[in-house]
Design a protein around this ligand. Structure first.
Ligand code: GDP
Length: 344
């Protein structure tokens, strides 16, 4: 029997727990992500339990930059790891590199512990932009470009689907005196939320502390300041950044490929190209509920086990919205993403 929903209490004010998704699954209300339908799963046989002597820094078509010992080298990639015109490798992949008469070759890659991915543009295939990371830093900016909660929600889903712990970093806090509208909810659902400025250097020590000793991936809209953050964390590094175009405030794609950087202070970071929209890989409309933890909790009070929270009577989620226990913005985001998944 579902637990009765207590309307007088906020639904969720506890620490974000990446395992919540598994907990929901174990209760038998949905399938695990890694048992997603066969056709949406990444081909597993590319990866083998090989010995690893290198790490992929940045894939480059059928080649890849990789760290082998202390040196970065441009490697050919064995055809067993190539799909069409590019390899299946991603920054962070642990690989076995061999040297033949023509130079270094990536011969094999180890299975990934986790990943961040999306559907490859124009192809029914997964595009992994970071593998084997300790956390995903979802970077947003207060303004220029405008704070975009819908994109944060999509990255939160992608992080959970790939088994990566997310944190939210709100950059450019020098440009506004308050948190942008819609930011508070991320603290309320238990996520770590940091405010930073590459201009005033506010929040950078906290970010450095959080990332130290880890390999993280920076994701977010183009122009929010991902490359600037990497540069600010290690002044010895100078990644190219670009001015925001004044007319649109949208920013441009300043980073064209994901790339792993080793920074001072034992920080490893994968910088990724900015996106305007993020497609979701391996997420079905029926599962979507469970990626919105506060909705998943409230859904225990739904009359129907397969309630979609869109129109059904006695819906715990819509009751929670009405009582103010769940932020309407997150529910609206759920509805928008659900529609986009249904229309696919
Ligand atoms: P990316 O596309 O996310 O990598 O963004 P960039 O790092 O290229 O930054 C885009 C623009 O925002 C550049 O003009 C940066 O100088 C500017 N920028 C980055 N961080 C900040 C910040 O904290 N404050 C302000 N005012 N501008 C910033």
């Amino acid at each position: 029997m579902p637990k009765p929903f207590k309307r007088d209490k906020p639904v969720r004010k506890r620490k974000w727990d990446a395992n919540d998704w598994d907990t929901a699954s174990r209760e038998g209300r949905s399938k695990r992500v890694d048992s997603a339908p066969e056709q949406t799963r990444a081909p597993k046989d590319y990866f083998t339990d090989c010995e690893a002597n290198g790490v992929v820094v940045s894939p480059y078509g059928v080649l890849a930059f990789a760290m082998c010992g202390d040196e970065e080298c441009l490697c050919r990639v064995d055809e067993v790891l190539v799909d069409g015109k590019s390899s299946v490798l991603a920054p962070g992949d642990r690989v076995f590199i061999e040297h033949d008469e023509r130079g270094p070759v990536v011969r094999a890659a180890r299975p990934r512990s986790n990943k961040l991915s999306r559907p490859a543009i124009g192809r029914d295939r997964e595009q992994v932009f970071a593998a084997n990371v300790d956390c995903a830093v979802i970077v947003a900016s207060v303004v220029r470009p405008a704070f975009n909660p819908g994109l944060i929600d999509r990255y939160l889903i992608a992080a959970q689907a790939g088994g990566v712990e997310p944190i939210v970093c709100i950059n450019k806090i020098d440009l506004a005196s308050e948190d942008p509208e819609g930011a508070a909810v991320y603290r309320e659902i238990g996520l770590s939320v940091l405010g930073t400025s590459c201009e005033t250097r506010q929040g950078l020590d906290a970010l450095r502390e959080l990332l130290s000793g880890k390999c993280s991936v920076l994701v977010g809209h183009s122009g929010v300041g991902k490359s600037s953050l990497v540069n600010a964390l290690d002044p010895d590094l100078t990644i190219h950044t670009q001015e925001i175009s004044d007319s649109s405030n949208k920013g441009r794609h300043t980073t064209s490929a994901s790339r792993l950087y080793e920074l001072a202070g034992n920080i490893r970071i994968i910088d990724t190209p900015g996106v305007k929209q993020l497609g979701l890989w391996g997420v079905t409309p029926a599962e979507l509920n469970y990626y919105f933890h506060e909705l998943a909790e409230a859904s225990a009070a739904c009359k129907f086990r397969d309630c979609t929270h869109t129109h059904e009577p006695k819906c715990g989620v819509r009751d929670a919205i009405e009582s103010g226990a769940i932020a309407k913005a997150r529910y609206d985001s759920y509805l928008r993403i659900r529609t986009s998944l249904t229309e696919k």
